[in-house]
Structures are given as C-alpha cells and as structure tokens.
Design a protein around this ligand. Structure first.
Ligand SMILES: Cc1ncc(COP(=O)(O)O)c(C=O)c1O
Length: 453
C-alpha cells in the first residue's frame, strides 16, 4: 500500500512514535473516567491509552499519540495488528456466516484449521485437534483429555507457571496476587514441582529435571499423574527459559511413566520464539499442545492438538462449547498461518530477537541492574535486580515501564517478583521503530542512577 493510499483511511496510522499530548492524553483520561464508572474495577488496565487504530508496530490513540507497541496485546498480534490478510479473511467470513455452532452444523474452516495444526505442531504422528475460545479453556481441556485417556487425576505444574484465570487454571497458576488472591477454593489434584530457572538456581537442565522428577515421584507418585503441564518458556512467570535438557528429560520421564506431557504453548506458539513452537528448540515432541493468543491475530480462538489416541479418548460430545472454533476466528487463524508461512515470520522473529538481544546485552555490559537477559526469538526479557544482592527490583521495573509509557512505548512487565521487563513486538514492526523503542529504554534507564555498592 502506498503512503497516499494509506493516508486516505482516517485516521491515518503513523509509522513512527509521535506524542502530541501527555500520555495518557485528555481524551483517554475522559474515557477512563467512563471506564471507572462502567467497568468492574477488578478489570485492570496497565496503560489507560484508548486505541483507535493499530498496525505496523504502532498504536494510535484517541488523542492522536502514536505509541510503539512492544506488547502485541500480550503476545497475540504476532503477525501484526489488523493485518490485511487477517482483516480480509474476517470480513469475508463475517459476511458469509458468523456462527452455526460446530457441534450443531459444522463448517470447513474448523476442519481446515485442525488439519493445519496437525501439520504445524511438533511430531509427525497421527494427530487430532479440538478448538476452544481462550488459552485457559485450552489448558482445562488438555487436562480433561489427559484424565480421560489415563484414567488418573493428578496434574503436575511448575513454580512460576501461568495457565489462566478459570478455576482449574487458577489452581495451576503459581502466583497468588493478582491472579488467585481471595478467589479460592481452588481445584484439587494439582501439584507443583520446581522449575528450571538458570539465573536463580544455577542448575543445568538434567539436574533441574531430576529435582522436579524427585518431587513428583515422592509427593504425587507417577502412577497417579494424568499430565505434566509446562510452558516451554514461561510467560507471565518471567520469560523463564529452562536450562537445556530440562524439557527433554521431563518429556522422557512422562513417556516412561504413561503421563501425558502437555506443552502450554499459549504464549510461545505461532512463530513468537523464532520457531513455529517453542518445543522445537529442543526437539521435544509433546503428547498434547495447548495454543491460543497468536493463533488468530486477535480473534478469540484456542486449540488442543495431540496424539490421536489421546485426543480421541473422551466420549462423544464430552468436549466442546458454544463458540469453540467460531468460523470468523477460524478464518482469521487460517490467514495468520498463511501469513506466517508466506511472509517468513519465523525468520523475522529470529531477526527481531537478535536486534533486541544486541541492545539489551550491550546495556547489560555497562549496567549491572540488568541481572539476566533471556528469551528466544521475539520473546525477550530482562530481569532487573539489585546489582549487589541480585534481589528482584520490582520498584525499578515499575518506574522504567511507567517512564517508557510516558515516552510513547508500550512495555509490559511480568515475573513472580514483578521485576521482569518483557519485549513481545509484533513481527511487522520495522527495525527503525524497534531501535527507537530501545533508545527510549536506554534514556529511561540512564535517568535512574545505578546504586553504588
Ligand atoms: C502460557 C499461558 N497459558 C495460558 C494462558 C491463558 O490464556 P487466556 O488469557 O487466553 O485464557 C496464558 C495467558 O497469558 C498464557 O500465557
């Protein structure tokens, strides 16, 4: 699209950071007052900047500010916001039919997406899929399927895990505040094992796996375990990349003990980490894969994909839901997959990641508050710490994120101790925009003096 064609669409979407008011500006603040009067205060907003358009790594707000998007709506708009291919597919499907309920009268888009998931997920075994609406729903269904297949009940998850906010997935999620606090009682038969967290535990992968397996053997018993559910790179828990060998050793133990190995690739899936799925980095083939977020460019869709004999274990009509695999969301997902493949977005994620790592490592070399720089592909994070004790520095993290927001960079934090800045740009962002965002980050960090020992 030429510049003139693009400016014909109102309001035009700038291709650079542009601040015309304070962030948030007066129109956003007025909308936020309406939000406070109409929306439950339990639904928080990190940055009350109200969007009117987004794409190409830029979000335009109601005041005319153009912010650089380093969050992709929490790892969702990987192919880009309002990607033309996705927008066209959605429009076409929405004008044909918006819903029939796949459980009542089915349609081809659902089947085509399940065929694509069988082709794209790790392993060349016979696979089946089932489609749902959200990541939490996919994880819940993976557990249902594993229980049905194994006729066992226990589920193992890990320290720092995040799997969602429904009742079962709250139990599976590690962090209490804000996800679980006051919302119990939680689902039973969920057990937690220690995660491999190289920056904090110093263990290599096999040693960390042996520690986790020992906990599971002693505290649960392999014969009682239906599933081990793990994020191959943890998301909300702090972009924790397990030490090499940890995931393969766990997967091997699961296979040896008849335990279903479930990879929660809700945040890591669909090119985000510089592979179609993060398990591929270590050649791990999960029994089941839960996906959502990046699968459909922003439309609500999720999936469980896995070994046919496991996926086919539940009785007929045991799985489903009114909207699961909605036709408009399926059309979006098929367009997302086409875009990832046609536009080489796996390679683009690697290039975006290399640029971010270069900037962060250069900074780390002269700034000891950057305790750990980690991640894969376009899923990169920095853990901010006290330079002397390596204690998590949540206050600095909050300060840096807020200052970046004020300068027009949408930057998310995460981590058990809220001391991790995470970088998840959409893959249609330009190198120049990304460089500008990291210049802002450098300037913001420069303004906060490094404490002297
Ligand atoms: C790894 C992981 N699993 C599950 C979920 C839950 O997904 P949703 O918010 O779509 O329910 C998330 C969301 O952040 C996630 O990162």
């Amino acid at each position: 699209m030429s510049e003139s064609e693009e400016t014909a669409v109102e309001p035009a979407l700038p291709r650079q950071r542009r601040l015309v008011t304070a962030v948030p500006g007066p129109r956003s603040l007025a909308l936020h007052e309406r939000k406070d009067a109409a929306v439950s205060s339990g639904v928080g907003t990190m940055l009350p900047v109200y969007a009117v358009r987004a794409g190409g790594g830029v979000l335009l707000d109601v005041d005319g500010n153009a912010l650089i998007d380093l969050g992709s709506g929490i790892a969702v708009t990987t192919v880009g916001n309002a990607h033309p291919r996705v927008a066209a597919a959605v429009a076409q499907q929405a004008s044909a039919f918006t819903h029939t309920c796949f459980m009542v009268t089915p349609y081809e888009g659902y089947v085509a997406l399940c065929e694509a998931l069988a082709r794209l997920t790790p392993g060349d075994h016979d696979k089946r899929s089932a489609l749902f609406n959200s990541g939490a729903e996919a994880v819940e269904n993976a557990v249902k399927i594993a229980r049905s297949h194994t006729r066992r009940q226990a589920v193992a998850v890990f320290d720092h895990a995040y799997h969602g906010r429904t009742n079962l997935t709250m139990a599976m999620t590690a962090k209490s505040m804000p996800y679980k606090q006051g919302f119990g009682p939680f689902a039973a038969e969920v057990y937690r094992a220690p995660m491999s967290y190289p920056f904090r535990d110093g263990l290599d992968g096999p040693a960390a796996a042996a520690r986790a397996i020992d906990v599971l053997n002693q505290q649960v018993g392999a014969a009682n375990l239906a599933a081990v559910v793990i994020e191959p790179i943890q998301g909300e828990g702090g972009f924790v990349v397990p030490a090499p060998g940890f995931l393969p050793a766990l997967a091997e133990w699961c296979t040896a003990n008849g335990v279903v190995f479930v990879a929660d690739e809700v945040q890591t899936g669909f090119a985000r980490t510089g592979a179609m799925f993060a398990c591929e980095h270590e050649g791990v083939v999960p029994d089941l894969v839960a996906t959502a977020k990046g699968i459909a460019g922003g439309l609500p869709l999720a999936a469980v994909t896995g070994r046919a004999e496991i996926m086919n274990a539940p009785h007929a009509s045991g799985l489903g839901g009114t909207y699961g695999g909605n036709p408009v969301a399926c059309a979006a997902a098929l367009a997302v997959i086409e875009t990832i493949e046609a536009d080489g977005l796996v390679a683009r994620a690697q290039a975006v990641g290399a640029q971010m790592l270069d900037r962060l490592r250069a900074r780390q070399a002269r700034d000891p508050r950057l305790g750990d720089v980690r991640g894969r592909g376009a899923m990169i994070a920095v853990e901010l710490v006290d330079p002397t004790t390596r204690a998590p520095d949540a206050a600095l993290t909050k300060q840096v994120a807020a200052a970046a927001h004020a300068q027009g960079v949408i930057l998310l934090s995460c981590g058990t101790w809220s001391n991790v800045l995470r970088f998840l740009p959409p893959l249609d962002i330009s190198d120049a925009l990304l460089a500008d965002a990291f210049d802002v980050l450098d300037a913001v960090l420069d303004q906060v003096p490094v404490p002297t020992a």
